[in-house]
Design a protein around this ligand. Sequence first.
Ligand SMILES: O=C(O)CCC(=O)C(=O)O
Length: 296
Amino acid sequence: MIPERVLEHPGIVLTEQQRRRFFADGFLVLEKYVPEAWLKRLRHATEELIEHSRSVTESNSTFVLEEGHSPENPRLHRVSSPQDQHPILWEFMSDPVLTDLVADVVGPDVKFHHAKLNIKSGKGSRGFDWHQDIPAWPHTDYSPVTVGVYINGCTPEQGPLSFIPGSHMGPLYSMYDHDGNFVVRIRDEDLGWMADDMAVKPVGGPGTTILLNCRTVHGSTPNRSPDPRLLLLPVYSSADSFAYTPSPIPSRHQGDIVRGQPARYASMDPRPCEMPPDWRNGYRTVWQFKKDTEST
Ligand SMILES: O=C(O)CCC(=O)C(=O)O
């Protein structure tokens, strides 16, 4: 659904000004949005998942391990599809606390696509280069939105998500390097327009929540603090926006309508999107590519 049509529906959680800000900037930050009762449950669920990772010795389709991971000291880049691993996380992702919020920026009918829990364990965990998300999971329009929930908050040292305001209105850049690897990184020569002071790096206390449009240029720095930065990242779209490639992070909930009604017609945006690799041949995470380039 296009923004003009979304705005025809009255806001539920956000003010008119906040909704217009999201559509103008390509992101919106809500300090301490998620209530403490939910955060307590989310901490419990994420601690259980991290506990399970103690017995894992190699990255797999659920746990992406950081260097130094051990049973005594679990260190994770990511838990993929955490909502398929813990019922509390799916309860949260399908609860109105998120789905009403998402409805304010995608329209009343909301579809779930995938989710991940990015952990950045601390003491130097890697960041993310500037990139755009939608080339990894193209849809028939650009309504997809990622919700980022900082379960324990995020300080400047922990590598907050950083955004280039308005960049969602600009071009989509290639996410491939010159060797044809899908590295989820904008090439240096495509970033000539970017100045240091363009990036916005919001931080905030526990429950601080971000809405991020799928075209917005974003990245993050390493986590230099001793404490992990737990960032839960579910992705939704308007119900009438359809993914036309398999998801890099599959979920049994992909396509679930979490609010409103399914669509009978697709919303089509003519702006082209670069195709990702065929994920059925396997999904290489950005950390695998980073490790390769660091060791050469
Ligand atoms: O976890 C982060 O800091 C960035 C995550 C991100 O940009 C992504 O997963 O696309």
